[in-house]
Design a protein around this ligand. Structure first.
Ligand SMILES: Nc1ncnc2c1ncn2[C@@H]1O[C@H](COP(=O)(O)OP(=O)(O)OP(=O)(O)O)[C@@H](O)[C@H]1O
Length: 237
């Protein structure tokens, strides 16, 4: 690993892991791989974290095919080269998803989450890791505020009582542009093919808004996360 990766992103991952007690030695972590940059970066980071810390945990990669038939061959090879088991699961829900014209992304995400939890139990993992990063956190926060009038975003770690599983998001302190840079520089494998909803959903619209604000006020993402972490009832009605 290049030494400056510590400063660039790995220390931020260590900090998230420590602040929220995300990973302990002995954990078995199922990493959700979409074929996109965020999740392959997450997998790469967890490999680096394991090699460069006292933590000793197992990693398993999982790709759920919702019927898009994304070509994951190079991802699979990357996992094999790194001695990480790879699971492929076909749940073919694409027709059902697009019957729901209003919110196909919501339904898709819900069904994928259900399948990931089921497989996590089947293969005996105790944690699921997802590739949501700092920019995603800000987008979700604004999305909820603008579209539903709620102050709400996803949590760094949450517990699923029904399945006795922890869901962790180790990338919450890592910005999207750093992920893009590392995926390019390290030539990390991306799946070939994409979801037709990717460019026209509300997330990408709010994503553009975040970019616009961040350009004008460069600390906006950091300020948002600071506000979320230091939330106090006293400041609101
Ligand atoms: N088909 C899938 N199979 C397994 N895990 C998935 C799949 N789709 C998404 N995930 C997991 O859920 C996370 C959030 O999903 P989302 O669709 O919002 O991806 P994203 O933020 O665009 O990330 P990526 O760049 O990895 O696609 C991903 O980072 C990944 O960990």
């Amino acid at each position: 690993m290049k030494k400056w990766y510590n400063k660039l992103f790995l220390n931020n991952i260590r900090m998230a892991v420590e602040n929220y007690n995300m990973i302990e030695s002995g954990d078995k972590i199922l990493v959700g791989l979409s074929g996109g940059k965020d999740s392959i970066f997450l997998l790469y980071s967890l490999i680096l974290l394991r090699e460069n810390s006292y933590l000793n945990f197992d990693i398993i990669g999982l790709h759920i095919d919702i019927g898009l038939r994304i070509d994951m061959e190079s991802t699979k090879n990357f996992l094999v080269e790194n001695n990480i088991p790879y699971i492929y699961e076909n749940i073919d829900i694409i027709d059902k998803i697009f019957e729901d014209k209003k919110s196909p992304c919501y339904l898709c995400s819900k069904m994928k989450r259900g399948a990931i939890a089921r497989i996590a139990k089947e293969v005996g993992t105790n944690k699921i890791a997802l590739g949501h990063h700092k920019t995603d956190l800000v987008i979700t926060f604004l999305l909820n505020l603008i579209y539903t009038g709620k102050l709400d975003t996803f949590k760094p770690i949450s517990y699923n009582e029904k399945h006795d599983l922890h869901l962790i998001r180790p990338l919450i302190y890592v910005e999207e542009d750093i992920i893009e840079k590392i995926v390019n520089d390290e030539n990390l494998p991306l799946g070939k093919g994409e979801c037709p909803q990717d460019v026209k959903n509300k997330r990408s619209e709010i994503g553009n808004l975040v970019k616009y604000i961040e350009n004008k006020y460069p600390d906006f993402e950091q300020k948002t996360i600071t506000a979320i972490e230091n939330f106090s009832d006293d400041n609101l009605w």
